[in-house]
Write a protein that binds this ligand. Structure first.
Ligand code: MRU
Length: 375
């Protein structure tokens, strides 16, 4: 998508001074105030980029980890070193299933190869995985655009289609296009009038900082609202659909996503507004079936993200201020689960389906739950 008028991706390969190419990522901790790409020179850099959220969003975490393993193979392609690097990468963030999926995908393909072949192969596999992510998101965009057009027709109102989203499930969360925002970009580019309500997404404010920045880059009309405003917007008829991403969706259609998603789904259901999640195949955890969503590990992050607010101060640059009394206990759960019964549908790269075991099995017959030995 566009950064200052130029097409780019959130992760890309860069060669400098004839040296071997390394991945570079847009440092999202600096957005929206500063656009800076950072080179990842080692698997340790990739690990740090994910842990410290220079990159974030389930699909992009997976792509970064795949390149992290390629960097590990460049340093030492032995089985032991690759396994150790894989474990460190997977340990960075627990909730997004794409991370473990991408790492296992690379390991499985490197395993049969001799050590001298592994570095080149690993970079090719990581690049293919990144390209595949773009293709998945583009397909979600196509199916999602049709859904938006259908809902626009149903809503029949003489105003732009009103979409409420949470966190950032745009191109910054993927390699390009995004999941929840891909249909919005396509609809906007093809002339369907849309307006996006952007939920700020405390404590890290991915909505206010990242989604707003992305939408502005594509000139999509949008308005940032505090997280607590969603219920009011929904109840007063200002929202035609809620559309979010996911970090892990179970084979039963339960959607795990950024903390606060569940409350939006509850309010949407109370108000008769459809709630959809955009779900690429690698975000589906086929090992979890009905009643098993609470087995998803929910990331708990640093207290300071809650007790302080980070922003840009004129003359000081990026800085934080404390908003709680010193020493106040806080809790910082990163994600919640929206049960399938509250989800109107899942927008996947294969089409839109019901959030249910049958709905997902219809689109992914080769993966349907119960998987493997589970029966
Ligand atoms: O903590 P984050 O910023 O990595 O959380 C991201 C989200 O919750 C996104 O909605 C999710 O990863 C889907 S991204 C296409």
């Amino acid at each position: 998508m566009r950064v200052m008028g130029r097409e780019t991706r959130s992760i890309r390969l860069s060669s400098e001074g004839g040296r071997a190419p390394v991945p570079e990522v847009l440092d999202q901790t600096r957005l929206p105030h500063e656009v800076r790409f950072v080179r990842l020179e080692s698997a340790g850099d990739a690990e740090r980029a994910i842990r410290e959220m220079w990159v974030r969003g389930a699909p992009l975490i997976g792509a970064t980890a795949a390149y992290g393993l390629a960097l590990a193979a460049r340093a030492d392609p032995s089985d032991a070193e690759l396994a150790a690097a894989a474990e460190r990468l997977v340990g960075t963030r627990p909730t997004a299933v794409n991370l473990g999926w991408a790492v296992q995908h690379v390991l499985d393909r490197l395993a049969p190869l001799g050590e001298p072949e592994r570095e080149k192969a690993a970079f090719e596999i990581a690049a293919a995985l990144a390209d595949a992510d773009v293709a998945l998101c583009r397909a979600i965009g196509e199916h999602g655009e049709s859904l938006l057009r259908r809902l626009d027709h149903v809503s029949g109102r003489n105003r732009p289609l009103q979409i409420l989203t949470h966190c950032n499930a745009g191109w910054l969360a993927t390699v390009d296009w995004g999941t929840a925002l891909a249909p919005v970009y396509r609809a906007h580019r093809s002339g369907l009038p849309v307006h996006v309500w952007v939920s700020e997404t405390r404590p890290r404010n991915q909505g206010a900082a990242l989604t707003a920045w992305e939408l502005a880059g594509e000139s999509v009309p949008h308005t940032v609202v505090p997280d607590n405003a969603s219920g009011h917007l929904l109840r007063t008829g200002r929202v035609d659909l809620v559309l979010t991403g996911t970090d892990r969706t179970t084979a039963a259609g339960d959607v795990c996503n950024k903390m606060g998603t569940y409350l939006k789904a509850v309010a949407a259901n109370d108000c008769g507004v459809p709630f959809y999640a955009a779900v690429p195949g690698p975000s589906i955890d086929w090992s979890l079936g009905p009643g098993e969503a609470d087995l998803i590990p929910i990331e708990e992050r640093a207290d300071e993200e809650v007790s302080e607010v980070r922003g840009y101060a004129v003359g000081l640059g990026q800085s934080s201020v404390r908003i709680t009394p010193a020493g106040t206990p806080v809790a910082n759960f990163g994600f919640d689960v929206t049960p399938a019964r509250l989800v109107s549908g899942l927008v996947t790269e294969r089409g839109v389906c019901e959030a249910s075991p049958d709905g997902l099995a219809g689109l992914y017959p080769e993966r349907a739950f119960p998987e493997g030995s589970k029966s």
